[in-house]
Design a protein around this ligand. Structure first.
Ligand SMILES: [Fe+2]
Length: 475
């Protein structure tokens, strides 16, 4: 399931309006002169090496994202008012009340400022209708043609950052009334939560869901292994859509394919990700813009590294997304993949995996060169954070699977913690803050970036007391 790639033309007005803050690929990266690989190899870009904001940046505070005013049209049309970033991400607690009317859902995907995709699954093929409207109204409707078990209806011509009510009707049955909020305009702050490797720990994942709901994200993103075995169809409900049901009624989600998804057809049936019509496999390998943040979703099961000098199609697709106007005009760029570049944890005394070479030597340097701020991964069931060439890399594999044990040191990694956790981000006009939260609600690590000062601006620093790790043999 899923829609085709959002046309670049649809973004052009936004990109043109934002071009004053976008810059060319790598413009924000200190390693853009080709020295990134050297930095990574040497492990020079660690916490403590971060740049401090300059006087120029301080002067710019308060004027963030105030875009140049275009010349007034000479043909009598009204003057175009450029968008201005309004600081603050809000975030009201969400009551995650599961509605079990249908087998799965309704859940929300592919959010834009003017559209939202509503999906649900019925046990038998049925028609599908969504009633929706601003506030609490249900005065509009949209439907899909024919009958289906996995239903996908796109609500269009919506207003940005606006709360809508909706109710699903299918096979003569009605869901409860739910609400969502559309994505904000392209320069506005966003608030999102991240989880990974929840897989065979649905009870733990359910605790994360409640905590994320209480925090009130605009968007959920995940770095894979969201089910233990993707080809085992019931697990998609038992381990992902069931535990998260109450939150997914109200907050859109976009998810990465990990190794445990097994590149299953169920992923492609149940997701609605933008992709080119002639490349259905890229529904797991895509990018999208949400407010001032661009998300690049990488399928690390694909061959992303060149062979010699020859760039392979999946690697080319990833690079072109990273260099796209939607990515480069964003205030913040976040890459999401499953496998990680540097892993300090794995088996107890057994580093059978210590990161993925292709990510370490090619993907991470490429993204850093193009001004990405974070690479968020899973695969290793632990929390790890470091910095490489001004890009923060985080392993956040604490969604529910049993935890890994520390087994080696990497100079590119500075913080390790072996406890279940999820991440939350506030992507503001000037700063981006990430917090890592454990099951007790403790913020055990945090980091803050300034958009005008590449690298980490401030962070938590070392974590003194690590809990004893448990041996994991099931990643
Ligand atoms: Fe995993």
């Amino acid at each position: 399931m899923g829609r085709t790639l959002w046309p670049v033309a649809a973004w052009l007005p936004i990109v043109l309006a934002c071009s004053g803050g976008g810059g060319s690929p790598g413009a924000d990266s200190a390693g853009a002169d080709g020295s990134v690989s050297d930095l990574l190899a040497d492990g020079l870009a660690k916490d403590g090496d971060s740049s401090k904001p300059s006087g120029d940046i301080a002067e710019a505070e308060g004027a963030a994202d105030v875009l140049p005013v275009p010349d007034a049209p000479s043909d009598g049309r009204a003057e175009i008012v450029p968008p201005v970033c309004m600081e603050g991400t809000g975030g009201s607690p969400i009551l995650a009340d599961p509605d079990e009317t249908f087998d799965l859902g309704p859940y929300l995907m592919s959010p834009t400022p003017t559209a939202m995709t509503v999906m649900w699954r019925t046990l038998d093929a049925a028609d599908g209708l969504v009633l929706f409207g601003k506030g609490d109204a249900l005065d509009r409707q949209a439907t899909h043609p024919g009958e289906a078990t996995v239903h996908e209806v796109v609500l269009e011509e919506l207003e940005p950052a606006t709360r809508y009510a909706y109710r699903v009707e299918s096979g003569g049955i009605q869901s409860k009334v739910h609400h969502f909020t559309t994505a904000p305009d392209a320069v506005q702050p966003v608030r999102f939560a991240h989880f990974a490797d929840n897989q065979n720990g649905p009870e733990i994942f359910a605790q994360h869901v409640l905590a994320m709901a209480a925090w009130g994200p605009h968007l959920l993103v995940g770095s894979g292994d969201h089910v233990q075995a993707g080809l085992d169809e019931p697990l998609w409900k038992e381990q992902l859509f069931g535990p998260a049901r109450g939150l997914l009624h109200q907050v859109p989600v976009q998810l990465v394919v990990g190794n445990h998804e097994e590149n299953s057809p169920f992923y492609y049936q149940l997701m609605a990700n933008p992709h080119p019509a002639d490349h259905p496999e890229w529904e797991s390998h895509f990018g999208f813009r949400y407010g001032n943040t661009y998300f690049l979703v990488i399928n690390t099961n694909y061959f992303l590294c060149p062979i010699g000098e020859v760039e392979l199609p999946d690697g080319q697709h990833m690079r072109e997304l990273a260099e796209s106007p939607e990515a480069q005009s964003a205030t913040w760029r976040i890459a999401l993949g499953h496998e990680n570049a540097w892993s300090e944890c794995w088996g107890d005394g057994d580093c059978g995996y210590d990161g993925t070479l292709c990510l370490r030597n090619y993907v991470v340097p490429l993204l850093a060169d193009r001004g990405f701020h974070f690479y968020l991964a899973g695969h290793t069931h632990a929390y790890e954070r470091g910095q490489a060439a001004n890009m923060v890399h985080v392993i956040a594999g604490g969604g529910g699977g049993s935890m890994d044990a520390w087994c080696k040191d990497w100079p590119q990694t500075s913080v390790v913690h072996t406890a279940h956790h999820h991440l939350r981000f506030e992507a503001g006009c000037q700063t981006l803050r990430m917090e890592a939260v454990d099951l007790d609600g403790n913020i055990f690590d945090w980091v803050e970036l300034d958009k005008d000062a590449p690298g980490v601006l401030q962070d938590q620093g070392p974590i003194p007391d690590l809990p004893p790790p448990t041996l994991n043999s099931d990643r």
